[in-house]
Design a protein around this ligand. Structure first.
Ligand code: HEM
Length: 146
């Protein structure tokens, strides 16, 4: 997943605008996620403030590595493997992507543009594909004991 300099700048700029109030952005994200796929709610055991802080921190790492796919794919691959223990399934990733875009649109308001939507969509798709490949496809491809 390669983004050109202009695409990277759109991601970084929109993330900076979100970071002005990251607890509100996190709360907005979870509200959308639980509306889109209510059954994901039972997977979360931590308090929403702690979850929100972790999510904001990781998004910051991801955005910081957006221009270095070699590094980013390792970061998100490790993250995806940890998500197996949280009970997350491959089909949950679409709802999370939808919630992410809905949160960005709501929080950025008039700053949110079609170009931003396209580039976040492309970035999330690349990250999702890598996470699913690391955590699920590799798992399924594991040779079974005879
Ligand atoms: C790009 C996609 C995602 C990112 C950046 C992300 C980020 C994170 C982070 C940073 C944590 C904290 C724990 C850790 O670092 O291992 C976490 C935990 C968690 N995530 Fe994700 N996540 C993603 C996708 C998903 C998806 C698709 C689901 C499915 C609903 C999900 C559900 C959870 C759950 C249930 C936890 C554990 C929280 C708890 O114990 O309350 N995540 N996630």
């Amino acid at each position: 997943m390669q983004l050109n300099a202009e695409e990277q700048a759109l991601i970084v700029g929109s993330f900076r605008a979100l970071a002005v109030d990251s607890p509100a952005a996190a709360a907005c994200f979870y509200r959308h996620l639980f509306r889109i796929q209510p059954e994901t709610q039972h997977l979360f055991v931590e308090t929403s403030a702690r979850q929100g802080a972790k999510l904001a921190q990781t998004l910051q790492v991801i955005v910081g590595q957006i221009g270095n796919w070699g590094l980013l794919r390792t970061t998100v691959g490790d993250l995806a493997v940890r998500h197996l223990a949280y009970g997350v399934r491959a089909e949950h990733y679409d709802a999370v992507g939808e919630a992410l875009l809905a949160m960005l649109a709501e929080r950025l308001g008039p700053l949110w543009t079609d170009e931003m939507r396209c580039v976040w969509d492309k970035a999330y798709d690349g990250i999702k594909a890598e996470m699913i490949a690391c955590a699920y496809i590799a798992e399924e491809a594991e040779p079974t004991e005879l």
